[in-house]
Design a protein around this ligand. Structure first.
Ligand SMILES: Nc1ncnc2c1ncn2[C@@H]1O[C@H](COP(=O)(O)OP(=O)(O)O)[C@@H](O)[C@H]1O
Ligand SMILES: [Mg+2]
Length: 331
């Protein structure tokens, strides 16, 4: 696997040292060396606010990105997207480091789901670029787009199961649709994934016989059967009580760990990258290796969780602590 950074497409606001970066594994064993964390220098030009916005609107956007020590599996480069007069992405620079569980966290209506749709090419940017494993999604021809989408596993809020199919057939569906595997092989894969998410006893049930949490887990199993390189979870915690949210978070983290091991064993070209979209701070704190704080169409600050949870940025601190007092108001 190449760990070369795609320096030529690194946007100017992402200031990362190009060599000898601390890795997450390294920082777990020893405290991060603060002098190695790149931040905007005092004389570094800060990017201008987006057209129509004031400096004041973006005063909490430091645009700092603490290094992850990894290449980005998905990368937004100065991405703009509007719907009519609603500007959603306003010069977004964001990366999801390969092999990590990243969080995209931000208030409701900030454009988190719009981000996901750009990653899989369901929406195209008005300007700027979106790169998946270094390839530009908006520049892809239809055939390449189709192939690129196979890299992704998607988990939507309700699991998005087919109501007329039982759990087994729901999870088997992508394998029957996209592979030539025998029913024997399919059964092996489906049962392995359903056991992993704790649904081995529920294979013959219809979706309407499952609880909300079980439907999400069935959707999770289905998202994994094609061995995706990138798995996107859009608010997996919505509609779950705190305990089930905690259990689902742990399941996501455990499955990611297993998939990393498997990818290393099989020497796959890419380590599995997970992106979890949430407005729930607890979920972000619990499982995020890397946290992107999205607000007003741009990343306020991003970095490995340790750095982000200790950020001196008042906005980031307030947001990640879930406190009422601070710069973030209800407007
Ligand atoms: N297809 C669309 N057409 C028009 N407006 C849209 C569309 N998709 C999203 N939006 C708008 O973009 C903004 C961000 O939406 P979304 O990404 O769903 O937010 P969230 O961060 O809660 O996931 C919202 O104001 C939403 O109304
Ligand atoms: Mg959303």
């Amino acid at each position: 696997m190449t760990m070369q950074r795609d320096a030529d497409v690194t946007p100017p606001v992402e200031l990362e040292p190009s060599d000898d970066q601390p890795t997450l594994e390294g920082s777990a064993a020893q405290p991060p060396d603060v002098s190695r964390i790149s931040i905007l220098e005092p004389d570094e030009p800060r990017p201008a606010p987006p057209p129509g916005a004031s400096e004041d609107d973006y005063r909490w956007h430091t645009y700092r990105r603490f290094p992850s020590g990894r290449p980005d599996a998905v990368k937004f480069v100065d991405t703009y997207k509007s719907f009519g007069s609603t500007q959603v992405l306003r010069g977004l620079n964001m990366g999801l480091p390969e092999g990590l569980v990243s969080m995209i966290i931000g208030p409701s209506g900030t454009g988190k789901s719009v981000c996901i749709k750009h990653m899989v090419g369901l929406l195209m940017p008005d300007a700027g670029d979106v790169l998946v494993h270094g390839k530009s999604v908006p520049k892809m021809k239809d055939d390449d787009l189709f192939e690129m989408r196979k890299k992704f596993g998607l988990l939507f809020q309700d699991g998005a199961l087919f109501g007329s199919l039982n759990v087994f057939d729901n999870v088997a569906f992508p394998l029957r649709q996209h592979t030539e595997k025998s029913e024997e092989e399919i059964t092996e894969i489906v049962m392995r994934r359903l056991s992993e998410v704790g649904l081995a006893q529920d294979v013959w049930k219809a979706p309407n016989e499952l609880s909300g949490g079980m439907r999400k887990r069935a959707g999770f199993a289905r998202a994994l059967v094609l061995e995706p390189d990138i798995v996107l979870f859009d608010e997996p915690d919505s509609g779950l009580d705190p305990v089930r949210t905690a259990l689902l978070s742990r399941l996501i983290a455990d499955v990611h760990e297993d998939m990393v091991e498997e990818a290393q064993e099989k020497q796959k070209p890419y380590l599995p990258t997970f992106a979890v979209i949430t407005h729930d701070v607890m979920t972000a704190r619990r499982i995020g290796d890397f946290i992107n704080v999205l607000w007003k169409g741009r990343i306020v600050e991003a970095g490995p969780s340790e750095e982000m949870l200790n950020s001196d940025n008042e906005f980031v601190r307030q947001f990640l602590a879930g406190e009422a007092d601070g710069p973030l108001s209800m407007d």
